[in-house]
Design a protein around this ligand. Structure first.
Ligand code: ADP
Ligand code: MG
Length: 669
């Protein structure tokens, strides 16, 4: 077997299973190997039933004291039994698993692993894992990897697949020469990859994570260095004309608001870049709501009045629509022609847009990634802006070159990175930081509360709506999930509709909806045709509705702090006082403690640095990151030391040491 083989070559994986793996982005053996466990389960010693905390994952050894009953309700079958230990008894429930009647028998003893809940006054465990006593004993000594899964693909299947390629993992070549590994005290690559999947103990795992993080950073920074070398040689072939200075001042004076110092400085930096001898490669870094869009608009304006075209690229169709609305409004009085191009633009219209772009009948085009990838031709593309998105790698730059002379590049990002790390990660870019918020903004008022506060919160939301404002309610899930006791938008919306009077307009939004449906809902929300938007985290990126003043986040304990901060950035975007209510459904003090950071501060940098100290229970590696830097394992905060080492290694050895091919996590670099 080879790394490049299709995973159907792996023993036990047929076409059907392969299709499931594909859903996770895994088609080859090396992709399988580089899909690391999300976390590791350790099986603790068993606890007496009477001592089980509600909602905590526990292991219980109990004897089955009842007959196993199978009942059918419509399409669902329920298998139930009663089990007890010396301290008490519980009901055990399985859904759609009638075959278990042949597994469990009265009088047998099993270890059940799951969370105990009170249901109808009875201690109940739903869908627990179950093991014989001897199997369980064997497991308590090993860390069990838990892989990212999809419906139909169980952790067992995943584990087995990885197990059968284990010998191959050990054959992985190490791109780092021994002396470099020694210099930086790094573990062997093959052994690290192996230990990611089959860790002997915490220490081995820790060293492996460090090594993999180093590799990801090295590959990233290697590319960054290439980019920097290229950038420093590129000549500005799209200089702005001399009249830009005073026209720009006029443009700024005509805006409905006064630019903040940070915005003015950023616009100035861009002006200087565009009139210099070198191509612009600039990053605008500013917290959510700091007003990056208008800075981008000013850059587009400078280009267009100098006779060039500009493109604005965003990660989602919804955001493209929003920017299109805002910018076409802004540029109307200047006779600047703005168009929108997305995956949903009808074919005929697309062709028409292509023609007009080529003939220079469009000045600014707004759209998703397809903008630079498709067969789009420009008459004279001078500037590409990306919002909340990946920077351009070498390959994309080549694509851009094909469209004519290399245009200027501006990247707008809300990722809060401390300056010391930003200098490393963005070594190929010049950076403008917007530190201040627009005048008149009132800091968001935050509260972290338990579920008992929900009723009061609803009353508060009602009163905000009466005042003409709008609200977001965020739930983690799209639909009900039997295994998880977590809020979902589908049911939540129904509940709200029956709880609120009819004149309150409630809609939902989630990632499984079609793009045009999503866009439609968001546009209606922005036009104040919807009062409460019940949504998953799809609203997290870039959405702007300054009239929305409340956000309530259900199951806040399930999200990372940085993500919660991004979410809450959807309110507090206008003059009115805004509020964010974090509902904490977990009763532990730790969970409360972690969320309180959000009460303390509205500053993204502060939140991000607290986030590493206070990871949520789910995010073992704290994988959630912004689009620009998607690493599988590496985390710039947690592994800042590895980032610095990798930086040192790149500076010293990049001439001779080429990075490993990382099939995952670098799709867009
Ligand atoms: P972000 O940096 O998160 O992309 P936006 O560019 O979407 O922020 O701006 C958020 C809101 O603030 C928009 O409604 C925008 O019109 C408004 N805004 C931007 N700059 C200013 C300013 N200097 N004064 C007042 N409002 C502003
Ligand atoms: Mg934005």
């Amino acid at each position: 077997m080879q790394f490049s083989d299709n995973i159907t070559e792996v023993k036990g994986i047929g076409e059907k299973t392969a299709a499931l793996f594909k859903k996770l982005g895994i088609t080859t053996v090396s992709e399988l190997i580089m899909t690391y466990p999300r976390r590791y389960l350790t099986y603790d010693s068993v606890v007496p039933l009477a001592e089980c905390e509600e909602g905590e994952r526990v292991s219980v050894m109990a004897i089955i004291v009842s007959y196993v009953e199978v009942k059918k309700f419509k399409s669902i079958s329920l298998t139930t039994l009663t089990a007890r230990d010396e301290s008490g008894s519980m009901r055990v429930v399985f859904y759609n698993s009638p075959f278990l009647k042949n597994v469990f028998h009265k009088g047998q003893s099993f270890v059940f692993v799951g969370s105990v809940k009170k249901k109808n006054g009875m201690r109940t465990m739903e869908m627990p894992e179950y093991y014989t006593e001897s199997d369980y004993e064997r497991m308590t000594s090993v860390m069990q990897p838990v892989y990212p899964l999809t419906a139909g693909l169980s952790n067992k299947i995943f584990q087995k697949a990885v197990r059968s390629v284990a010998p191959l993992i050990m054959e992985t070549e190490d791109y780092l020469p021994s002396f470099v590994k020694e210099e930086f005290s790094l573990k062997d690559r093959a052994k690290s990859l192996y230990d990611m999947h089959f860790p002997e103990n915490q220490d081995e795992l820790k060293e492996s994570v460090k090594r993999i993080a180093f590799d990801e950073f090295y590959a990233f920074l290697y590319e960054v260095k290439l980019l920097r070398d290229i950038n420093s040689r590129e000549v500005n072939t799209h200089r702005i004309s001399s009249e830009v200075r005073y026209k720009l001042n006029e443009f700024i004076t005509m805006l409905p608001f006064k630019l903040t110092n940070g915005q003015s400085q950023a616009v100035n930096d861009i002006y200087n870049d565009l009139s210099s001898g070198q191509v612009m490669n600039r990053l605008i870094q500013g917290d959510v709501g700091s007003g990056k869009t208008i800075v981008g608009a000013a850059a587009l304006y400078m280009m267009v009045i100098s006779g060039y075209q500009g493109a604005l690229m965003v990660p989602t169709e919804v955001l493209a629509n929003q920017h299109y609305e805002d910018l076409s409004g802004l540029f109307k009085s200047y006779n600047i022609r703005v168009e929108l191009l997305t995956g949903h633009t009808p074919a005929k219209e697309k062709r028409h847009i292509y023609d007009r772009l080529k003939n220079k009948e469009i000045d600014i085009i707004i759209g998703t990634h397809a903008l630079i990838q498709d067969k789009v031709e420009f008459a004279n593309l001078g500037l590409v802006i990306t919002d909340e998105q990946h920077r351009f790698g070498v390959r994309q730059r080549e694509k851009l070159e094909e469209k004519g002379e290399r245009p200027h590049v501006l990247i707008m990002s809300a990722t809060p990175i401390p300056r010391t790390l930003a200098i490393i990660m963005y070594a190929d870019l010049d950076i403008s930081v917007i530190k201040d918020m627009p005048e008149g903004r009132k800091p968001i008022k935050n509260c972290v509360v338990g579920t008992s506060y929900r009723k009061t919160a609803m009353g508060f939301i009602s009163s905000q709506i009466k005042d003409g404002h709008q609200a977001y309610i965020i739930c983690p899930m799209v639909e009900e999930n039997e295994a998880l006791d977590v809020e979902n938008v589908t049911e939540y919306k129904e509940r709200l509709i029956s709880a609120f009077p009819e004149n309150i307009r409630i809609e939902m939004l989630h990632g499984k909806m079609k793009d045009d449906e999503k866009t439609d809902i968001l546009m209606r929300f922005r036009n104040r045709e919807i009062d409460i938007l019940v949504s998953t985290t799809v609203v997290e990126v870039g959405i702007n509705n300054p009239n929305a003043t409340v956000m309530m986040i259900e199951n806040a304990e399930r999200f990372g702090l940085a993500q919660l901060h991004q979410l809450r950035g959807r309110v507090g975007r206008g003059d009115a006082q805004s509020y964010c209510i974090f509902i904490n459904s977990k009763k532990t003090e730790e969970s409360m403690e972690r969320l309180r950071v959000l009460e303390e501060s509205n500053d993204g940098f502060f939140i991000a640095s607290s986030d590493l100290k206070l990871r949520g229970p789910g995010d073992f590696f704290g994988v959630r990151q912004s689009g620009e830097m998607e690493f599988e394992i590496a985390d710039i905060y947690n592994h800042a030391d590895m980032l610095k080492l990798a930086q040192e290694a790149v500076l010293k050895y990049s001439d001779t040491v080429k990075p490993a091919k990382l099939s995952k996590g670098f799709g867009t670099l």
